[in-house]
Design a protein around this ligand. Structure first.
Ligand code: C5P
Length: 309
């Protein structure tokens, strides 16, 4: 990937997708505190945009816009800011940068919004500063920031092993149509994993790649994909947010191909047969008032990509 800045660039803007884990199989907790995973990521058409432009004074400044902007924590905890600082350190950059993040992915929603912002900042800043960084270089730095960052850069559909950062792209035919139901309050991922550990009666085995689901994705059999959606964190997320049970039941009753809590939750993703079925389900759920916000999305879509600069 060539990241040379073009003459006259004053802003570099990158669009980064959210993800859904179609399968999230969780194994034992490792010595580094992470859990061994076998997961199938799918990037979906719900995006944050990260822009890099000339900064002043401080190394990295950051402004967040979007419906939940006020809920974003302080800048020094923002993964996008950490990503920009990491690039500065690794490449010896002294030039400051200002980041603008337009947030559409729910905060602490189980859709890797923070990781998307980190991925966006890595790509936008590398381009803005004209760094000679390959896609593999950025993915390597990304995995130091969070387990989901490499996938946000890659997009599409992928098998994730290890902490979820060891990625293999997987074949996928057809388009998944999703209805996404957001909750008002997010869930902290470490808390959900801790609840998973507490709920486990025996030590879980190291999970294997979900072969049946991968075959269903290759053939584009949406009904089969729906039947094979699996999330080992779902019970933990639902025990921390009991109201999710009503939301899941409402969607199931209205008719879906499959329903899953996305990642560590609390976002719930309903798979539908086509765009019309998705619209109808979204309307039915809106009328029942069972979710804070509802969005339609499809997948798979491309990973972090330049929209300007
Ligand atoms: O890597 P990331 O910062 O996204 O992970 C957030 C937290 O989620 C980790 O600190 C850990 O508690 C938990 N986690 C885990 N096993 C994974 C991924 C995340 O236990 N494979």
């Amino acid at each position: 990937m060539s990241l040379a800045v073009q003459e006259g660039d004053d802003e570099v803007r990158v669009r980064v997708p959210a993800k859904i884990n179609l399968a999230l199989l969780v194994g034992p907790r490792r010595l580094d505190g992470y859990h061994e995973l076998a997961t199938i990521f799918q990037a979906v058409s719900l995006y944050d945009e990260v822009a890099a432009s000339a900064g002043e004074g401080e190394d990295v400044t950051c402004q967040v816009t979007g419906p939940d902007a006020l809920r974003v924590g302080p800048a020094d905890q923002n993964l996008a800011v950490k990503a920009a600082r990491l690039l500065q350190n690794e490449y010896g950059v002294t030039e400051p940068v200002h980041l603008t993040i337009d947030k559409r992915i729910p905060i602490a929603g189980g859709m890797a919004g923070g990781s998307a912002d980190a991925a966006g900042a890595l790509l936008a800043c590398a381009r803005f500063w004209g760094l000679d960084a390959s896609a593999a270089d950025l993915a390597g730095l990304g995995s130091r920031l969070g387990a989901d960052v490499p996938f946000a850069l890659m997009g599409g559909c992928a098998l994730g092993l290890g902490r979820g950062e060891a990625l293999t792209p997987t074949l996928s035919r057809g388009r998944c149509h999703w209805v996404l139901a957001f909750s008002e309050r997010g869930l902290a991922t470490p808390e959900v994993y801790a609840r998973f550990d507490r709920l486990a009666t025996t030590r879980p085995a190291v999970p294997q790649a979900p072969q049946e689901l991968m075959m269903a994705l290759t053939s584009g059999d949406m009904a089969r994909i729906g039947a094979l959606l699996a999330n080992d964190l779902q019970e933990a997320a639902c025990s921390l947010r009991p109201e999710l049970a009503g939301l899941i039941a409402a969607g199931t009753e209205a008719g879906t191909l499959g329903t899953i809590v996305s990642g560590s939750g609390p976002t719930v993703a309903f798979l539908t047969a086509d765009e019309q079925a998705a619209t109808e389900l979204a309307l039915a759920l809106s009328e029942q008032g069972v979710a804070h916000r509802i969005r339609l999305a499809h997948g798979p879509v491309a990973g972090a990509s330049l929209v300007r600069g």
